[in-house]
Design a protein around this ligand. Structure first.
Ligand SMILES: Cc1cc2nc3c(=O)[nH]c(=O)nc-3n(C[C@H](O)[C@H](O)[C@H](O)COP(=O)(O)O)c2cc1C
Length: 338
């Protein structure tokens, strides 16, 4: 199968849950949550796309970077590309059960692994969701990152213990799920964390801790102060709060404040290798990709995820040739017209 066939198959299987639009920008699916869209007006998802689309790449063809290297190292792992699979979980709720949670997680984790990189698994009100993802990571030699909801401290630490036992390379919590109603409705409270609670979480595990859902410098500084290994600049793909800026709008100031102290990851609207280059030029060390990989997973399982990731990697390599960047670490703000 090629990417075009994967997308066609995904469109059939999604049967309207996701239209697999030519441009995945949050417009057609606005408000479709649960589902694939952003919450409310869809503005946060749409802003992610708009912020990236507004950036202009500075083309350069007089240099020696003819065979750029896309590999990078994160959490002690050598990765073939600075692109990871984001958490796309809740198969029953979001995808009306057209795949099981385990099938969805397998597509992400195994597909990313085959492409030489990593992906994440999730957590949710259904008590089997977190262990389903963890089992898949374990089956893949620990090559994956489980993200637990910002539950009470004891429940998070219990999930961390399971992740350590499964041999995961890193773990995390999606702080941006602090206000999501399905968790509260299911009697499993989630909420924001204080700086002291973040420190307690960092100290509770020997694994690198990733804090997902950072959208301002204040929170990024708190994450760094707590000793987190990484943050993800993310508005949860526009799925938690309406009218936030696009992540590419807030990334430069956040990266400037903390990128020397921790790994800065970012997600939201990354659809191509050129988008990856833009995010790295704004200061991220690597990006996460959500919906495009969901298309891959539904269209062709792990193969679909691998194909989409490989396509993005190839596009990134071409973009690096055209901006004179021989390696991922060379992609800086001068790759963009500012
Ligand atoms: C269907 C769906 C389910 C998601 N589930 C989770 C989740 O369980 N935990 C989490 O941290 N993020 C979740 N996300 C957010 C993604 O991890 C990621 O932040 C976002 O999708 C990135 O934007 P993109 O899809 O535009 O690439 C989900 C996103 C989608 C589309």
């Amino acid at each position: 199968m090629n990417v075009k066939e994967v997308r066609q198959e995904a469109k059939k299987r999604f049967n309207g849950i996701c239209r697999v639009c030519r441009e995945c920008n949050g417009v057609v699916c606005a408000g479709e949550f649960p589902g694939i869209g952003g919450v409310g007006t869809g503005a946060s998802f749409i802003n992610n796309h708009k912020a990236l689309a507004a950036l202009r790449v500075k083309m350069r063809v007089v240099h020696a970077a003819s065979d750029p290297e896309t590999s990078t190292t994160l959490f002690g792992q050598k990765l073939s590309m600075p692109i990871l699979g984001a958490v796309v979980a809740g198969a029953k709720m979001n995808f009306r059960g057209i795949v099981t949670e385990e099938e969805l997680a397998t597509a992400f984790i195994a597909g990313a692994r085959q492409a030489g990189t990593l992906a994440m698994t999730g957590d949710g009100p259904d008590p089997s969701l977190y262990p389903d993802g963890l089992r898949v990571i374990q089956q893949n030699g620990g090559q994956g990152i489980p993200i637990t909801k910002p539950r009470d401290q004891a429940s998070i630490v219990a999930n961390f213990r399971q992740a350590e036992a499964a041999g995961c390379v890193a773990l995390g919590t999606d702080l941006d799920a602090a206000g999501i109603l399905p968790m509260r409705a299911a009697g499993q409270p989630v909420g924001p964390k204080t700086a002291a609670q973040l420190k307690e979480l960092v100290q509770s595990t020997p694994l690198p801790l990733i804090l997902k859902g950072i959208m301002c410098v204040e929170d990024a500084l708190a994450a760094a102060e707590a000793g987190a290994a990484a943050i993800v600049v993310s508005n949860h793909g526009g799925r938690v709060l309406d009218h936030t800026p696009g992540t590419a709008e807030v990334l430069p100031q956040i990266a400037q404040a903390v990128r020397r102290d921790l790994v800065v990851l970012v997600d939201g609207g990354v659809r191509s290798g050129v988008d990856v280059l833009k995010m790295l030029a704004l200061g991220a060390h690597a990006v996460l990709v959500g919906r495009p990989l969901a298309t891959g997973a539904i269209g062709a399982g792990a193969d679909g995820v691998r194909l989409i990731l490989e396509q993005m990697r190839n596009e990134l390599k071409v973009a690096m040739i055209y901006t004179g960047c021989a390696g991922v670490g060379e992609i800086g703000e001068d790759a963009l017209w500012r």
